[in-house]
Design a protein around this ligand. Sequence first.
Ligand code: SIN
Length: 530
Amino acid sequence: MMVVDFLVVGGGVAGLRAAAGLAESGRVLVVTKEGLSESNTAYAQGGIAVAMGGDEDVALHLADTIVAGDALVHAQAAAVLVEQGPKRVEELLAWGTRFDRYAADDPARAGALMKTREGAHTVPRILHAHGDGTGWEIAASLLRHVRGLEQVELMEWTTTVELVVDSDSDAGRVVGAKLLDAAGGLREVRAHAVLLASGGAGQVYSDTTNPAVATGDGIAMAYRAGAELMDMEFYQFHPTAFAMEGAPRFLMSEALRGEGAWLVNARGERFMGRYHPGLELAPRDVVARAIAREAIDGPVYLDMRQGTGNREQGTQMDLKARFPGISKFLEGYGLELARDLIPVRPAAHYLMGGIRTDVNGRASIPGLFAAGEAACTGVHGANRLASNSLLEGLGFGALAAEAMKGEVRGSGFEVQGRTEARGDEGGDVEGFIAELQGLMWRDAGLLRDAAGLRRAQDGLAELRERMPQALTRRAQEARNLHAVAQVIVQAALGREESRGAHFRMDFPGKAKVALHSVVERGRLRFVELV
Ligand code: SIN
């Protein structure tokens, strides 16, 4: 019989790092909806931002994070993030993560970690692995480490459908969750503390760089259980997702621009100079909106044909070696970075908002913790600094684990047997999801106004009447996407200003005071974080 002290939902960087910490204090069950290799973490290309050069470097990382977040970053959370960066990376190195290093034929730097720049970073500080496979490498090494821990049980292909709330406790304590396995069996798992590390919700939009698993499950479950969600209107649109008819919105990493790629419009003009002095490395929201504007007149392209590399040394970068994953993908479409213009357009990429937590991952209801993209500490403010998210998962996953250890009261909980729950999907669940994604993209996407957001609200109200009811993974995902979409639209309508990733065409200016939105049981309010 399996005994559980801690339940972790999600097997990306936040969940796995938390599991590693929790294993020191009890039995940990990690539940993932698909195989453990499938998470937003594994798709992260660019890298992990970290200041390895001492106090001044850490202060600069903090300053860049705050500037990118457009005056909404919770400075305490950001300080906690960047200060623990070097320690978390040292830990990864000890667990076998192989970041890219300079080769022996570069004697001045041989063996040192390679660092690149991305948008809104004032210095190169982004470590990468396998060129553009950083998330995959970190996820694989964390997984190797966690698999070696006797205290950790990994349960794949299992959908967490609902949190279990103890109705006898005054504050509505979360005491476990209901799990649905791939064969349609349902079981309840109890734990001293539950961590939601279930990632983002890119699937709420028709155009996204996120994998199919990113359906906002943890966020929706926490919301239904009564937890506060924060800053849900801040959805980051990555400026450069591949844009070819019929092709997936594959990420064209910001690291391409970090290594010198230009953005050019249909007339062949390098246009970013008209929008921001940082050119192609301006903050991500600025670049995304600039591309959307230029795209009105025709396609926009990434251009690396001019070559890149160390101009002082007269060396050219081998783009296939630096970006093997992207190069392989492009090959499938007959394109090559060094030879062709690469068509790009923005796509939904990262949710800055999520389950409101403190820096220790504590949500607003007892027993419940969240970390990674599912959580919102305020660390990203209105716009996440590129490559801060892997560090976020590691850092806040580790801190959440420490806080969860303090929740243990008595012995662990035996996992109960399963009951048969397979329901008929019933109705057109795929049609429901596609409609929701389309209306969110059209009316609650990169450029917003009250009329569009109200249309989105009406559309969601109409969809609610046709909400899939079955107890199946896909029907559950549809309900989760609907809950997340509703809160995004509510908060976006309430925020009558433009800040970071949230751009209101009818309110293009910024409010004098930067406030965070909080939605709880359908009620929206704005708060200051101190
Ligand atoms: C990228 O490689 O452009 C994505 C990095 C990130 O989202 O932080």
